[in-house]
Write a protein that binds this ligand. Sequence first.
Ligand SMILES: CC(C)(COP(=O)(O)OP(=O)(O)OC[C@H]1O[C@@H](n2cnc3c(N)ncnc32)[C@H](O)[C@@H]1OP(=O)(O)O)[C@@H](O)C(=O)NCCC(=O)NCCS
Length: 237
Amino acid sequence: MAVATAFHREVVSGDPPEAIWPWPDDSCDCHCLTLRYSADEGGGGEVPPLPPQLLRAVPKRKAEFIAGRRCAAEAIRRLTGRTTFPGMGEDRAPLWPEGVVGAISHSHDRAIALAGPSGRFRGIGIDIERLLSEDEARDIARQALTENERHNLGNAIDPFMTGLIFSAKESLFKALYPTVKRFFFFEAAELAGFDANGSASLRLTADLNGKWRSGTEIAFRFCHSEGFLLTRILLPY
Ligand SMILES: CC(C)(COP(=O)(O)OP(=O)(O)OC[C@H]1O[C@@H](n2cnc3c(N)ncnc32)[C@H](O)[C@@H]1OP(=O)(O)O)[C@@H](O)C(=O)NCCC(=O)NCCS
């Protein structure tokens, strides 16, 4: 599903994050913000403090962190009326303020954050990826797709589907990690359903914590625009 309006404005580093909702469904009180950044130009705008883990990071890593935090802070402002930059936990998960749940992603020069009310959602995941080349897809398929998924793709290299499954699993990890509180790998879920209009689902193939048992289906949405693929997961109560 190509969404021409996903990134309709050329944003430069100093600009504020741009609000987008590139999916056809209701936003359910969530806010999605995106920002284009460059490691050479610095952050621009109000900048969050860097966590100790990043003080010696390369400029690109600092820039993507700052851009992601600026998107998150704007989503939080829209939700709560207060601008807060989420901190970084020891496990690298963002520390959202009370009443907010969300996720952050960055790829190449794009950062994105999606956040919503924690009273309504137990988890939120988002992931942005550049569309894969055939060589990249071959590598990613080896690490991120199960044997079953590779079989269902006819054991052929399918850059779009490989990127989609990879991205959806990263979104799933971000959405579930705060609840299950443990690391889980790519074989813990498989693509269960897919339609070309941008709706799809993953099925857990392993028991995680609590209600997240093998066989549970989790819906996700996807879209692509300007060479990027975007997946998102909202886990309502
Ligand atoms: C954590 C992970 C998903 C992040 O992916 P990435 O390749 O760095 O790419 P992204 O830019 O999309 O995401 C990075 C953001 O994820 C968020 N993140 C990192 N760890 C996280 C966690 N444990 N829980 C929630 N969000 C997390 C952070 O906000 C991070 O950005 P920041 O460090 O600037 O704050 C990935 O590195 C990873 O470890 N994957 C393996 C686990 C997995 O995906 N399993 C699949 C289960 S089916």
